[in-house]
Design a protein around this ligand. Structure first.
Ligand SMILES: [Zn+2]
Ligand SMILES: [Zn+2]
Length: 261
């Protein structure tokens, strides 16, 4: 049995829970240790039972609680070398520092984990694809644009957590200063709802059955806008949302529904 859910999702903090045959993984922990413990207990998972924390990149909305959880529960932390260099966490036991230099597949507690480069303004940011008992899942957020590498890594996955960060009009007309708008919509920033929709269409045509839209901006998006934009693009492409693909939006402050495979 494989289970996936987000604990929190958005610019205010990100954490994803994945379990497969008794192995429990957190992908990112961008909330405080205390919040993370509460979220895990809320889905019936003991924080002390987390086997690994995988980190996508060093930004605080992905790393705030990583050090606390690792120190408190003796959890190995897996990240690219660049991400490790950028993370401001200390006191991790040397045996729990797990660095990868290339994106070869790793075996993590019986789950095949393949990192892939994501175009984002961090040291060495990576998404992750998981091969778990014949099922494939991917965590693909903080993506400035859909690069060939992202497309190759995520295509063919049964279940995808896909970034839908901002609505282009809301960002354009919103309160952010010009340089920040440009950072977000730049090639190494975040993915807009329209681009998420176009990519989602390709993914579903390639066999993706479950999509969870995540990492929504608080100021420049809404659950309704993200869902509607992606659903419209899918349906214009002949995909029936709810029939051909199940789709949801990851809540900002609490856990999503658990996706079971
Ligand atoms: Zn980031
Ligand atoms: Zn982020």
């Amino acid at each position: 049995m494989t289970r996936l859910c987000t604990l929190v999702s958005g610019s205010s903090g990100n954490a994803v829970f994945l379990s497969h045959n008794g192995t429990r993984i957190l992908i990112d922990c961008g909330i405080s240790g205390r919040q993370a413990e509460a979220c895990l207990c809320g889905i019936g998972a003991e924080p002390s039972a987390i086997d690994y924390i995988l980190v996508t990149h060093e930004h605080t909305d992905h790393t705030q609680g990583v050090g606390v959880l690792s120190r408190r529960f003796d959890i190995p932390v897996v990240a690219s070398r660049g991400t490790w260099n950028g993370m401001c966490i200390g006191g991790i036991a040397p045996k729990n520092v797990r660095i990868f230099d290339n994106n070869d597949q790793m075996d993590i507690g019986g789950i095949g984990v393949t990192p892939f480069d994501i175009p984002h303004d961090a040291n060495q940011p990576t998404g992750y694809r998981f091969d778990a008992g014949g099922r494939r899942l991917a965590v693909a957020t903080d993506i400035g644009h859909i690069s060939d590498g992202v497309r190759a890594a995520v295509s063919g996955c049964d279940t995808v957590l896909l970034e839908a960060n901002y609505d282009a009009d809301m960002l354009e007309n919103g309160p952010y200063p010009y340089h920040l708008k440009n950072r977000i919509r730049g090639a190494r920033g975040h993915l807009c709802n329209d681009d998420a929709g176009e990519f989602a269409l390709r993914l579903v045509r390639d066999g993706t059955k479950t999509l969870l839209l995540g990492h929504l901006s608080k100021e420049n998006n809404s659950e309704r806008a993200a869902f509607a934009t992606v659903a419209n693009i899918l349906e214009r492409g002949g995909i029936r949302v709810g029939t051909d693909v199940q789709m949801g939006v990851a809540p900002r402050y609490h856990a999503s529904a658990v996706i079971g495979l």
